[in-house]
Design a protein around this ligand. Structure first.
Ligand SMILES: [Zn+2]
Length: 170
């Protein structure tokens, strides 16, 4: 199933996710929907609140290969190393992007779709995706990582674009 993507401004994007206590069939179906929705949107990562769920789950696919997606339930970033400044965008804030300062490498931990504990050493694009999605699950958009003026400017640009798109649809 492909779900609609929640866009800014929506309060769900600003709420902290809730940890999954038990991996049920419902949770596994949610994970599958997240994976399909991410690919359908040509995204490289997705957080559960981006499709309207408050569970603490992310999916990532740095190489876009189906069947090779990374699923992290209750993800946590344990270690950060180095710095990386590179462009970033977001499926929930379409039409705008900016360079964002992130850690170059991260160690992340969480549970798989089957409930097994895993630790992931990530660098490059995957490290960036994991930080972006964990931010989502904390209730923060990538814009939150920018200075106030730049954040305001990008939000205004996004809102005027969204307004135009809505008018075209009507
Ligand atoms: Zn995003």
């Amino acid at each position: 199933m492909i779900a609609p993507i929640v866009k800014e401004p929506n309060p769900l994007l600003h709420q902290k996710a809730v940890d999954v206590q038990k991996i049920t069939l419902e949770i596994q179906k949610l994970v599958d929907t997240m994976i399909e929705t991410m690919h359908a949107a040509e995204g490289v990562g997705l957080a559960a609140n981006q499709i309207g769920s408050s569970w603490n789950i992310l999916v990532a696919s740095a190489d876009g290969k189906r069947g090779k997606e990374l699923v992290l339930i209750n993800p946590a970033i344990r270690k950060r190393r180095g710095r990386d400044l590179s462009p970033e965008g977001c499926l929930s804030v379409p039409g705008v992007s900016s360079e964002v300062l992130r850690s170059a490498q991260v160690t992340a931990a969480g549970l798989t779709r089957k409930g097994e504990t895993i630790t992931v050493e990530a660098n490059g694009l995957l490290a960036k995706i994991l930080q972006h999605e964990v931010d989502h699950l904390q209730g923060h958009l990538f814009l939150y990582r920018l200075g106030l003026l730049k954040r305001r400017r990008l939000l205004q640009k996004y809102l005027s674009l969204a307004d135009t798109l809505n008018r075209v649809r009507v």
